[in-house]
Structure formats: structure tokens, C-alpha cells
Design a protein around this ligand. Structure first.
Ligand SMILES: [Ca+2]
Length: 219
């Protein structure tokens, strides 16, 4: 409903309430005294207050309704708008790449492990993780080279971008770029140790103190 239509509607309600009041006044026993002008005036003043209050409630409701698109922005709970995507960074759940893939499938009305469409969106995700105190975990994303070693693909089969700024570098004196050529490291994380650049690791998650959580994406 447009704002103009809403105000027209609230005025119509106000008008209807006044008409109803006039119709009811003669027929309500205790109100028969209202034929005296001063009583009518008092009653009418009270009705005016009620009408104004109702209108304020409607205006408040309209204000809240107008906020809803900004809150939801097309995302269904538990997903929320992060940059250009509806994502659910589920830091409370941990597990293997495959378990977290299944976990994302049943979030909200359906999801999948997240892909990262471009460098700007990667930055949006990193900023969100840090801003919300979620920077204590590694996060699975939907990239794997399990079909062909060294050929990294997202879940939809499209190729994962290579190089900076997506993937981490090793501090080995040569700044060797991940992913490694390693048939034991076939799944990708946003890696806590490298400020959430991508890194390849075992799909079971490396044994260590840092848990592996999913970033789910609404579908
Ligand atoms: Ca590999």
C-alpha cells in the first residue's frame, strides 16, 4: 500500500467511526442523556481522542511495516543480507565439509554452502565476521577440487577464481600461493589464520583447536 493510499484509508476509518458514533448514540441506554448538548460535546471529545489514538496506532504500524523490507531485504530467517547475498554464518555449528553441506541444505527454506562471487563480496563477508566477533573459527565455503586435483569449482560447477585477493599466501619466503597441489586437501575454508583468505584443507577439517563452521547461502 502506498503512503498516500494508507493515509486515505486511515481517514476513511476515522470517518466511519464518526458515523458509527452518531448512529449508536440514540440507541444506547446509558447514553440517552447525551441528547443534552454538553454531554454530547464531552462524548464527542472522547471519541476524538479514541480516533486520534487509533490513527496513531495505524501510523505506528505503517512505520513498522515500512521498516520490514529494510530488515529482511529479501532474506529468510536465519539468513541475513551481507553485501549482495543472503548468508547465515553459523559459528555455533561445527563439522566436516560434507556434514556442513547437509546442514546448510536444511537452514530456513533451503540453502547450500556459500560461494563467493567476487572480491568485493569476499571483503563484505570478512568485515561482517570481524565486526560481529565471529573471528574464532574457520568457515567452509562451497569450493572443492575433489573431482580433478587442482581444478577448483564451486558447487554449481563454475570455476573458483585463483590468486589474490581470494587465496592465502604462505609465509615460506616465496609467498607460495594456495591452494596446494595436494590430493589430501580438497575443500576450501575461509582461513582464520590468514584473516579469512581462502585455503585448501582436508574435507574432514584438520585436527586442531580451531573448529570448522559453515557459511550457508540462501537459495
Ligand atoms: Ca586438492
Amino acid at each position: 500500500m502506498s503512503k498516500a493510499a494508507f493515509f486515505a484509508s486511515s481517514k476513511e476509518i476515522e470517518g466511519n467511526m464518526r458515523q458509527l458514533t452518531v448512529r449508536l448514540m440514540p440507541s444506547v441506554g446509558p447514553m440517552r442523556k447525551l441528547h443534552k448538548y454538553k454531554h454530547y460535546k464531552t462524548f464527542n471529545a472522547k471519541i476524538n481522542i479514541v480516533v486520534k489514538m487509533e490513527r496513531q496506532h495505524l501510523l505506528l504500524a505503517f512505520g513498522l511495516l515500512s521498516l520490514l523490507p529494510a530488515i529482511a531485504q529479501g532474506c529468510i530467517m536465519p539468513y541475513e543480507r551481507i553485501g549482495t547475498q543472503c548468508l547465515f554464518i553459523d559459528s555455533l555449528t561445527h563439522g566436516s565439509f560434507f556434514d556442513m553441506r547437509l546442514h546448510c541444505n536444511i537452514q530456513g527454506e533451503g540453502g547450500k554452502l556459500a560461494h563467493i562471487p567476487d572480491a568485493n563480496q569476499h571483503t563484505e563477508i570478512i568485515n561482517y565476521i570481524k565486526k560481529n566477533g565471529l573471528d574464532r573459527y574457520n568457515y567452509w565455503v562451497d569450493a572443492t577440487d575433489s573431482d580433478v586435483e587442482g581444478t577448483w569449482k564451486w558447487g554449481d560447477g563454475s570455476l573458483v577464481p585463483r590468486g589474490s585477493p581470494f587465496w592465502r599466501y604462505e609465509c615460506d619466503g616465496h609467498f607460495t600461493e594456495r591452494p596446494n597441489v595436494d590430493s589430501n586437501s580438497n575443500c576450501a575454508i575461509l582461513d582464520l589464520e590468514s584473516h579469512f583468505r581462502m585455503a585448501d584443507t582436508s574435507c574432514l577439517g584438520d585436527i586442531g583447536e580451531v573448529p570448522y563452521s559453515p557459511i550457508c547461502e540462501q537459495i
